[in-house]
Design a protein around this ligand. Structure first.
Ligand code: NI
Length: 135
């Protein structure tokens, strides 16, 4: 089994806010991340696909195609956008890195037809990274 990873970057804003809670409760829970106008991050997304290299190409997945899938399905919809306001597929989730990774998985998993999606790693800051493997 070989694991192939495509790394992408995008910039986006978010505000951590649970509409079921009061403003005060949100402030206690999310602190500065609940600031009304939100704030931005330079995210790094690592998408890993696993499989056996195909006999005709030697690739698990053609990375040019993986790049195109990630661009079309994810980056074009989130880069320079505000997760709370501009991104339709995030409208029902608090846009933490955890929830973003899970939603990205749901979108990407069925689009990857060579190999299998193995993991998504989303770096929100230099020090904070989440990883999701679909379960
Ligand atoms: Ni943040």
């Amino acid at each position: 089994m070989v694991y192939v990873t495509r790394r992408s970057t995008f910039s986006a804003s978010h505000r951590l806010y649970n509409p079921a809670l009061s403003d005060e409760q949100n402030e206690v829970l999310f602190d500065k991340c609940a600031n009304p106008m939100g704030h931005g991050h330079n995210y790094i997304l690592e998408v890993t696909v696993r499989g056996e290299p195909q006999s005709d190409t030697g690739y698990v997945i053609d990375l040019k195609q993986l790049k195109e899938i990630i661009k079309r399905e994810i980056l074009d919809k989130v880069d320079h956008k505000h997760f709370n306001h501009d991104v339709a597929f995030m409208k029902d989730s608090i846009p933490t890195a955890e929830n973003i990774a899970k939603v990205f998985w749901k979108i990407l998993e069925p689009k990857i037809t060579e190999g299998k999606l193995h993991s998504l790693r989303l770096h929100e800051t230099e020090n904070n990274v989440v990883e999701y493997r679909g379960e």
